[in-house]
Design a protein around this ligand. Structure first.
Ligand code: BDR
Ligand code: CA
Length: 330
């Protein structure tokens, strides 16, 4: 995917994440894709315990040889109104059992929400955000500062399903389920360029990597390929146990779609709203397409080039890196 430099400027980006498995792979893309200029990682309560998520983010920086070179900011440690709901049944500790000396990693003093506000204020209209966990940090930033949304160049959100199946309940995808109020605040905040990458049908159809390809990627022979395979082994086992035919990569697709919009084959303007009142359908995303005459608040990605996505991931995993400090289990 080589494009001449003058037509291919760097994309300054912050990743807001609940770091486990595919979030880590999204961070690898943010670190190693030639288009990406990863400015910061902000952490939000989600998949696994907060400190474990921070450790997983540091582990990922480490395997890429970038420990200490990209700041990790701890953000909101619980959803806005609800109790935290983990996904440890899916992710285990989120690292596939990998670990490193934690003394090597430093967490920034600045809160994640403050970092989002500051960085976008320093470079208004230039910085994009990839939000691949519950939307608590992004919503809090929008509530704290009414100008925040307008300053963000593009916001790419992994969340919801396009009137389809959920994964934590029959009707809700995990990120929107955990903090539905935050999701609705973000959808109403007026982000000028908001893209939504969904679980169903997009992830399940286009970026679920079959076992044979998953194993082939793991055999590339680099530390990154071993990291990918070891880390995602738990989630592919889980996915297969619930009838999904491979390793699911919605978070990595979310940053890939920002960096390489040519991956997107179909998308549409939708009015997206998230259920906050019902217990039965909490976190359900109603996505109203053109027929209903509503003003769109998001661009929903409908189809991507699956082969090109795997090729992009493969390029990243071929990168030869030297972990900053040794990783136990790799
Ligand atoms: C989302 O939930 C998390 O478990 C994944 O990291 C992804 O962001 C999928 O529903
Ligand atoms: Ca995530």
């Amino acid at each position: 995917m080589t494009v001449p430099a003058e037509t291919n400027p760097l994309v300054p980006v912050i990743i807001d994440t609940d770091t486990a498995q595919d979030d880590c792979i999204a961070i690898l893309i943010g670190l190693l894709d030639p288009r990406a200029d990863l400015l910061a990682i902000t952490m939000v309560a989600g998949n696994v315990g907060f400190e474990q998520q921070v450790a997983n983010a540091q582990l990922t920086l480490n395997v890429a040889g970038r420990l200490g070179r990209v700041p990790v900011h701890a953000g909101c440690r619980r959803p806005m109104l609800r109790d935290w709901v983990s996904a440890t049944d899916v992710h285990g500790d989120g690292s596939g059992g990998l670990s490193m000396e934690s003394t090597a990693a430093v967490v920034a003093d600045e809160h994640g929400v403050d970092a989002l506000l500051r960085i976008t204020a320093e470079r208004p209209g230039e910085v994009s955000i990839v939000a691949i966990g519950p939307l608590t940090n992004i919503a809090t930033a929008a509530v704290l500062d009414r100008d925040f949304a307008a300053r963000v160049k593009s916001l790419y959100v992994m969340g919801g399903s396009n009137n389809g199946r959920g994964n934590i309940t029959a009707s809700a995808e995990y990120n929107f389920y955990v903090d539905p109020e935050a999701a609705q605040i973000v959808l109403d905040a007026g982000f000028p360029d908001l893209h939504v990458i969904t679980w169903d049908p997009l992830t399940l159809r286009d970026v679920t990597i079959p076992r044979a390809d998953f194993d082939r990627l793991g055999d590339i022979g680099t530390p990154l390929a071993r990291f990918f395979h070891t880390m995602c082994a738990a989630t592919i086992d889980y996915d297969e146990s619930v009838g999904i035919d491979g390793s699911t990569h919605p978070d990595s697709l979310t940053i890939a779609a920002l960096l390489h919009p040519e991956l997107v084959l179909a998308e549409g303007g939708y009015r997206v709203d998230v259920e906050t009142a019902s217990d039965l359908t909490r976190g359900y995303s109603a996505m109203a397409w053109g027929k209903f005459g509503l003003v769109p608040n998001a661009t929903v990605v409908e189809a991507v080039d699956a082969a090109a996505f795997i090729a992009l991931l493969e390029d990243v995993l071929h990168t030869v890196t030297e972990p900053t400090v040794p990783i136990a289990g790799l």
